[in-house]
Ligand binder design. Structure first.
Ligand code: GDP
Length: 440
């Protein structure tokens, strides 16, 4: 997970500050020297660090802060606010055309995650009620068209392609197609190169001329650190970008690029990619990212993710099942699938306050959900709705069918049994009363 090192170092600085009680100007300055070092080590660009530390220090050594009852907390608050403003204060949205279709041109270096994120974006917009169309304009990389078709298929979004035709022509035709067939958003996947070169930029400029994009979204790979920022600057100078999509923030990057992009290019990060799956994708919220960096967790993102995978109707149906004691293995399987759709266990847990920095040492068994899924799918319909009939020979069959051991099946059955007991308690008569009382 990005920012781990930075989080840890900043937390150490704050811990030291907190242990002091009253602070002097030199305490703050000493702390800021350490903050500066932590940011530089996280690969934040030099000028950004310099300006950042300067503004935090100016605010933090003021009379009001030092004389306050909780000076250390005040300093942390200032660091938090300055981090947020470094990343853009408000949540930047996609620029939508006043008259559809909105054209979004995706650009970036080869391997930055352009094709993957074209599909992620399409999926997200579709969920928001749009009818996006993807256009395959990366005609140079072998298999790029096919790759877009595969990810487009997963997102259930139509892909417009014309094989190896001139990309400018494809983009133009895709735009007419979108208009003719009622697609309100066109997402153009353009070609990348290993390095920035003139031919690439010319092609992008020509596509831009033909399609007049409302959004030119540059995909940059967070793992490339400072280079990501240089790439952003080069694309902006040559093509003029309107937003940045930072991919691979799930990887073990130091994360500094995310803190530098806006200052260096003046263009905000609008989205972040956090994994290879289509749902590992988020709108970029500067304030949430800042609290993640400061180890305050990111509960809002988690709630949003949960809401995305579970509708109000699903929740009501589930509650009804709990109440009627009809929650069975099939429902459990459904729940597991929904959790999986929220991303990896590690990524979910790292958003919880206080967990973020510990997660890296924890041994999380990502395969556990998969094994449970395999065991449940190896059960018959009858067994799933009435697990009590699962006798030793059935257990053996389920274990064989799912590639697990009988002990695993036993554990699952025991956990399920406990779960049902807990639910009974919550939905039992007495408890309903006490819940009602508690609410009053
Ligand atoms: P393109 O050449 O820019 O179109 O890049 P691709 O979309 O083909 O992505 C290159 C590689 O990076 C693929 O293996 C993707 O699965 C992977 N990738 C893309 N985005 C992410 C991300 O956010 N996190 C991780 N871990 N991998 C990603």
């Amino acid at each position: 997970m990005a920012f781990e090192g930075l989080s840890e170092k900043l937390n150490n600085v704050f811990k030291k500050l907190k242990s002091r009680g009253k602070l002097t100007e030199s305490d703050v300055k000493e702390a800021m020297r350490e903050v500066r070092l932590a940011l530089l080590e996280a690969d934040v660009s030099y000028k950004v660090v310099k300006d950042f530390v300067k503004s935090v220090t100016e605010r933090a050594v003021g009379e009001e802060v030092l004389a306050s009852l909780t000076p250390a907390q005040q300093v942390i608050k200032i660091v938090n606010e300055e981090l947020v403003s470094l990343m853009g204060n408000s949540n930047a949205r996609i620029n939508m055309a006043s008259k559809p279709p909105t054209v979004i041109m995706m650009c970036g270096l080869q391997g930055s995650g352009k094709t993957t994120h074209a599909a992620k974006l399409a999926k997200l917009l579709k969920k928001e009620g749009h009818r996006p169309l993807l256009a395959a304009c990366d005609i140079y990389r072998p298999a790029a068209i096919n790759q877009l078709q595969v990810v487009g298929g997963k997102a259930d979004v139509k892909v417009f392609e014309m094989g190896q035709t001139d990309p400018v022509v494809i983009a133009k035709k895709a735009l007419s197609y979108a208009k003719d067939y009622g697609h309100d958003i066109l997402i153009i996947d353009t070609a990348g190169r290993l390095h920035i070169d003139e031919a690439l930029m010319d092609e992008l400029v020509n596509i831009k001329k033909e399609t007049q994009p409302d959004e030119i979204m540059l995909v940059v790979d967070a793992m490339t650190g400072q280079d990501a920022v240089n790439v952003a600057k080069a694309f902006d100078d040559a093509v003029g970008i309107t937003g940045v999509l930072m991919s691979k923030l799930d990887s073990d990057t130091r994360g500094g690029a995310a803190l530098s992009v806006l200052s260096v290019t003046g263009k905000p990060i609008k989205f972040v990619g956090m994994g290879e799956k289509l749902d590992d994708f988020e709108q970029f919220h500067p304030e949430r990212m800042a609290s993640r960096i400061l180890g305050m967790g990111d509960v809002l993102t988690l709630i949003e993710k949960a809401e995305n995978v579970m509708t109000q109707k699903d929740a009501e149906k589930l509650t009804k099942k709990f109440k009627e004691n009809k929650f069975d293995m099939d429902d459990l399987l459904d729940q597991m699938k929904q959790i999986k759709r929220m991303g990896s266990m590690k990524s979910i847990l790292s958003m919880l306050p206080g967990v973020g920095d510990k997660i890296k040492e924890a041994d999380i068994d990502e395969g556990q959900l998969g094994r449970i899924e395999a065991m449940i799918t190896s059960m018959t319909k009858e067994e799933r709705s009435k697990p009590s009939i699962i006798n030793p020979s059935r257990k053996k069959r389920i274990a064989n069918g799912s590639g697990t051991k009988v002990e695993d099946v036993n554990r699952l059955l025991k956990q399920f049994d406990q779960m049902q007991k807990v639910m009974k308690q919550f939905t039992g008569k007495n408890n309903k009363m006490s819940l009602r009382k508690a609410r009053k």
